[in-house]
Structures are given as C-alpha cells and as structure tokens.
Design a protein around this ligand. Structure first.
Ligand SMILES: [Fe+2]
Ligand SMILES: [Fe+2]
Length: 333
C-alpha cells in the first residue's frame, strides 16, 4: 500500500483503511486494541463485520453516497467489538485516489460519554417516538375497525396543514415542533377508549347525558397521558406528551368559545388543537360513520368555510383550503 496512506496508521485515533469494495487493507494498533481484533485477523475482512443495527441504515446510505462521490463523510457509528460489546464512535471517512485506485481512510474518535447504552440520532428518536404513539393510539381504540385509517389520515393531514399554516403565516415553527404536532395528533381521541361502546357507536341522535359522557373523552384522554407520563420516568417523551395533552384536551374547543371542555375562545385554544380540530372534522365528514353518511370533499370544505370564525380559526381554514385546492387533502386509504 502507498506510503502516504501508511502515515495515517500512525495517528493516535483508531484508523482503518479499505479498498473500494470496503475490504480492510490495514488497521492501526489503536483500532486493534479497541475492537479486540488482532491486525492479522481483521485485515482482508469486509468492514461491515463491525456493523450493528444501532447505526441507522440511513447513516450507511449517506456515507456510501458521499464517499462514492469522492467526498469525505463524518457521522456516528455504533459498531461491535469482537467480544460483541458496542463501540460508539464518530468517524470521518475520506476517499483517496492513488495509483489509479480508490482507498477509504476511516478515522474513529470514541464517544467517551457513551461507554454503555447506544447512540440514537434525533431523527431516529423521533421515528421511534412516532411509532410508539401510533401503537398506543391504535390499541386504545382497537374496538373501532375504521379508526386506524382515520387516525393515520388525521396525522398525515395535520402534518401537511401545520407545515402549510406555518409557511403561509410565517409562524417560524421549527421542523421539530411541526413533527411533534403531527405525531401527537394521532392521540387526539385516546380518551374514547373509556367510553362505553353503546354510546360511542350509537346510530342516531344522542341523549343529553350520553353527549356529556362522550365529551368526557377529552378529559379522560389527558388523564391517560398523565398516567403514562408518571410511569415513564423519562424525558424522552416529555414534549410529545405535553403537545399530545394539549391536542387531546382542546380538539373540541371552538373558536367562538362554544366548544368543550373549557369553552376556550380564539387564540386561547392552543394552535396545535386548532389545527387538529379542522382536520378531524374534515376527515369525520368525508368518512362514513354509523350515524352519518359520507360527505363529498366539496361539501366538507364548504362546511369548513361556513364555520370560519365560528367553530374554526379562519386562518387555519384558509391554509387548509390552499392544500385542498392543490389536491393535497385527497388521501388514498
Ligand atoms: Fe375527539
Ligand atoms: Fe377523530
């Protein structure tokens, strides 16, 4: 191997050199000491033998794309030592072209704080949080066969509407805040899991007391989330659950103050709840329910327009309409 490449091996950090096919051509002493593989055993193997599922596939994909294009790449790998212990490191891989060959030089820096456990990047944490909330929402309402697709549509439409509203009104919400709203929206009716089926799915009009019981789902939902939060004893879900609580509690408030449970008015209703309220009603109207037929999208949109400044925040309805006009609200289920 080229001398210039060999000089990398004298670095104090762990260093690995591979060919284009990721066969290991050389590693240094530090690399051997950390991984537990002797230099002789590891040379000739594929670099992938250290891989673990803790490194997201997306990370490998980005790495491959970058180095194939000839650019250096840095990221975080959770690899496996010979004894199966995890090895968390940030790595910089630099491609070198020499003697008509391409070599990849990887320099590892150990993440010292992470002797134990594993490193998850933000995106992956959000993905896991989202899946758990989805399972939670669906299992709470499993009695209702149509509910899963309703919840998923509400989530998708909330994601679109929150992004559009943010952009249209220049609200300055960060992507993380937007995805929080979308992820949490799926929990809006979690409290219905405690409402008797006879009332929940009753075809035809409800008696006053039945309506009161159904309205309880907003408060019961908050109670469920509080219980989960008390059990969790972990901050990982803190922002998810507080956004979820605000949506659960307030998605039936109305802009004019005639909603429930607290008769909040206008901007006093949290933004995330105002957004979900529009989406939830739109989806409910355009779906067949035991007590009503399916409305056309056009009729449902007319209803939203009619309810500007009454049931709904007019600006949010207008943002929804821009999506509708682009055909973005027609989701296939
Ligand atoms: Fe609800
Ligand atoms: Fe709903």
């Amino acid at each position: 191997m080229n001398d210039r490449l060999n000089t990398f091996l004298s670095l104090a950090d762990a260093v690995i050199i591979t060919d284009q096919e990721h066969h290991i051509l050389a590693v240094n002493e530090t690399y051997a000491r950390i991984t537990g593989y002797s230099i002789d055993t590891i040379v000739g193997k594929k670099a992938g033998i250290l891989r673990t599922a803790y490194t997201p596939r997306e990370t490998y994909k980005k790495m491959h794309e970058a180095i194939r294009a000839g650019s250096p790449w840095s990221g975080v790998f959770t690899n496996q030592k010979q004894n199966k212990d995890l090895w968390h490191s940030s790595i910089t891989i630099t491609p070198f072209n020499m003697d008509e060959q391409t070599y990849f030089v990887g320099v590892f820096r150990e993440l010292e704080e992470l002797d134990r456990g594993f490193y998850l990047n933000e995106e992956r944490i959000r993905g896991i949080q989202g899946s758990l909330l989805k399972v939670l929402a669906i299992s709470c309402e499993i009695r209702d066969p149509g509910i899963e697709s309703h919840l998923l549509r509400v989530q998708k439409l909330t994601e679109l509407l929150a992004a559009r509203h943010n952009e249209r009104l220049q609200l300055g919400l960060q992507p993380q805040a937007l995805s929080l709203i979308a992820h949490s929206s799926i929990l809006h009716d979690i409290g219905k899991s405690s409402i008797p089926e006879g009332i929940l799915y009753k075809p035809g009009p409800l008696a006053d007391y039945e309506r009161k019981i159904i309205e309880m789902h907003t408060l019961i939902g908050v109670d469920i989330v509080d219980k989960i939060y008390a059990e969790l004893d972990d901050d990982l879900f803190e922002s998810e659950l507080s956004t979820a609580k605000s949506i659960i509690q307030h998605h039936h408030e109305r802009w004019d103050g005639s909603g429930y449970p607290h008769q909040l008015q206008g901007q006093h209703i949290p933004l995330e709840a105002r957004i979900v309220s529009v989406v939830d009603v739109y989806d409910a109207l355009t779906t067949k329910r035991p007590y009503k037929e399916k409305w056309s999208a056009e009729l449902a949109v007319n209803y939203l327009l009619e309810q500007r400044n009454k049931q709904f925040d007019a600006e949010i309805v207008d943002s929804f309409i821009t999506l509708y006009n682009e055909g973005a609200t027609a989701l296939n289920d």
